[in-house]
Ligand binder design. Structure first.
Ligand code: AVI
Length: 321
């Protein structure tokens, strides 16, 4: 009888322990009001984000894919293929396929994502496409401590595309980079997508698309709170507001209350003044130098940077010292 060796393995890296109700209420009771951008991504929110990545105005995804495609061989050379490739927030593992084309001898790939079912399904599909590759799917919140499966490769390279690092607050970014350096150990590599500072008109357009998909993505957060936390937000009483804050070097997204109103979440009441906002996201933009300085503070040595011609987006390769 012919036996087929399984090349996909499933691991639980950590359990999601944060209590959404408590976190959201704390944010809404604070002044100014805020909600973490991680709550955008319910099923509908993930679909809306997918649509955002295809918008004419939203350049980051397209530009990063262009850079990946153009320089994948150089990236593979820099990263080395005698390592395990670990991807944070792997989703459908779409972007890594471009990189894998340039790494035919790669032995181990570790996609890590918080959406377990989608992760396992994507890992299974990838493992069938690459029978020579061992795929270790780890369901975990990669921003917290998590357990890694036992790997054969001694060296590790983390792939973190999408400029998701821009959605972390400066202290979160530092913690994240330090934790990643610890996981990688000296000599390990980080291949990371970072969005650059640029003409404000380009940034403002990217977060205020004409079709209103980013508006729907922002407002969908309120739908999620209505459904999952029994809140009673009326979406027509809030509007989308996104703008580049030059001093802070970030695009801010807010939901603006269009009138004085009181919302209930379960049995808790939250009052809004007309014009008051819920701050829902920051998307930090960097210069190459700024990013290098932060990375260096967290134990990384910059090795290589790839960029598009307009200098809108970068992919960095750094190594742990
Ligand atoms: C996921 N993240 C990198 C996106 C960004 O550009 O900050 C999220 C997003 N928000 C509005 N549009 C896209």
């Amino acid at each position: 009888m012919k036996t087929v060796k399984q090349n996909v393995h499933y691991h639980v890296g950590n359990e999601n322990e944060t209590d959404m109700y408590i976190e959201i209420l704390n944010g809404l009771k604070s002044s100014p009001k805020s909600i973490s951008p991680k709550y955008f991504y319910d099923k509908k929110g993930s679909e809306l984000f997918e649509s955002i990545t295809m918008l004419r105005e939203y350049y980051p995804t397209r530009t990063e894919l262009f850079i990946l495609n153009k320089y994948k061989s150089e990236m593979a050379n820099a990263a080395g293929t005698n390592s395990a490739l670990i991807e944070f927030g792997s989703g459908s593992s779409e972007k890594v396929r471009t990189l894998l084309e340039a790494m035919p001898e790669l032995k181990e790939y570790v996609p890590i994502d918080i959406s377990k079912d989608f992760l396992y399904q994507s890992a299974r599909a990838l493992s069938m496409e690459y029978p020579g590759l061992n795929v270790y799917a780890v369901s975990a919140d990669y921003t917290a401590k998590f357990e890694m499966p036992k790997l054969e490769s001694e060296r590790k390279v983390v792939f973190f595309p999408g400029s998701t690092i821009g959605n972390f607050e400066p202290h979160e970014m530092e913690d994240f980079l330090k934790q990643t350096a610890e996981l990688l150990k000296p000599g390990g590599g980080l291949l990371i997508g970072v969005d650059l500072k640029k003409d404000q008109a380009v940034l403002n357009a990217a977060y205020n698309d004409k079709k209103g998909v980013t508006r729907d993505f922002n407002l969908n957060l309120l739908n999620r709170l209505n459904r999952e936390l029994l809140a009673n937000f009326k979406l027509e009483d809030f509007s989308h507001h996104a703008f580049y804050h030059a001093e802070k070097g970030r695009v801010e997204m807010h939901l603006v209350s269009l009138k004085n109103q009181v919302i209930t979440i379960g049995d808790v009441q939250i009052a809004f003044q007309e014009g008051e906002t819920i701050h829902t996201e920051n998307s930090y933009k960097f210069t190459i130098k700024e990013f290098h300085q932060i990375a260096a503070m967290c134990g990384f040595k910059p090795k290589k940077v790839w960029c598009d011609e307009r200098q809108w987006f970068t992919i960095h390769y750094l190594e742990v010292i």
